[in-house]
Design a protein around this ligand. Structure first.
Ligand code: ZN
Length: 322
């Protein structure tokens, strides 16, 4: 820990409260606990067991200081709790200062942070660093995705992850059995939805689009045959760009936004994560989507939001991953 150096990464946000508190929270356990408490409860701690706000810090009777395990007690239900209860880090013994560091880096590094980098900076084992990273990626998942559909101009594209840039045969895509396919939908000026798909057939791709896009939207894709017919389902119509003919933009008919998202994902997955198994690909896509969706927040606010999203995710994490 002693030789860790932490730089405030974005000078333009150095006055932001979260950013100024993060370096201390990454270096000292007490500061980390109090930082997490502040982000999670916003100054009003509540019992995670019963919701009561009549709670107090447990103190060491001899010193009058907070107990070394930083627990609270609830007057309502008489149970004890810490800031970890009910979050993705509840069942972990990793010090919270390392969680702070990993949340910070995963929320602010454009291409993401690798478990190896977290290992180097925290002196945790690689296994612990990876455990932490996957939990943070899970926390970043937007639980309301199905309620907030994309609208307006929505660009859709699909790629194979972990390989050379694809080339498409006109009207059909060459099969790449060994590489997972990912489809991404980006609302211009808005959010992204990205997920792995088992194949790139019309049925699969259209199901993803129907589930995540308002019917009032205009859909923009390349000329993959799988997308044909969408103009009958979306009020804004369906326009295509023909890449094989060397056409990349016709007025505002482009897929440059979604291709920009994929180029960040590619640089991250190829350059930082090297190889991500199919099983964990959805988690990495959560992370890239989270940073993309909140690209206009400053680094501190984005980190705070990621930490807030850790609330209530513990049980869902167990159901989905373990
Ligand atoms: Zn309680």
């Amino acid at each position: 820990m002693a030789n860790r150096t932490i730089k405030v990464q974005n000078q333009s946000t150095k006055n932001d409260a979260v950013i100024t508190e993060l370096p201390a929270a990454c270096a000292d356990e007490r500061a980390a606990v109090e930082f997490m408490e502040k982000q999670r409860w916003g100054g009003f701690p509540a019992c995670p067991h019963c919701g009561d706000i009549d709670v107090y810090q447990m103190k060491n009777l001899n010193t009058g200081q907070r107990q070394a395990n930083y627990r609270w007690r609830c007057h309502g239900c008489k149970q004890q709790f810490s800031v970890r209860v009910g979050t993705v880090f509840e069942d972990s013994r990793i010090p919270l200062r390392h969680w702070c560091y990993a949340f910070w880096r995963a929320s602010t590094s454009k291409k993401g942070v690798s478990a190896l980098e977290i290992k180097r900076q925290t002196s945790l084992s690689y296994k612990s660093a990876l455990f932490m990273l996957h939990r943070i990626q899970f926390a970043m998942q937007d639980v309301h995705t199905t309620m907030n559909k994309l609208s307006g101009d929505v660009e859709v594209d699909e790629v194979y992850i972990g390989g050379k840039p694809r080339f498409k045969l006109f009207g059909k895509s060459a099969p790449r059995k060994d590489k997972p396919a990912v489809v991404a939908l980006v609302e211009r000026g808005g959010c992204v939805h990205a997920q792995p798909v088992a194949n790139v057939t019309g049925k699969t791709l259209k199901d993803v689009i129907r589930k995540n896009v308002e019917i009032s939207a205009r859909i923009l894709t390349d000329e993959l045959q799988a997308y044909s017919g969408l103009e009958k389902e979306f009020a804004g119509g369906h326009e295509t760009v023909c890449h094989p003919r060397g056409e990349y933009a016709r007025g505002d008919v482009t897929t440059n936004t979604v291709e920009g998202f994929f180029s960040i994902v590619r640089r991250g997955l190829d350059g930082i994560y090297h190889s991500v198994s199919k099983e964990y690909l959805p988690l990495y896509l959560n992370e890239f989507s989270f940073r993309y969706d909140f690209r206009n927040l400053d680094d501190g606010e984005r980190t705070r939001l990621a930490i807030r999203r850790a609330n209530g995710k513990r049980l869902t994490y167990k159901e989905q991953i373990e």
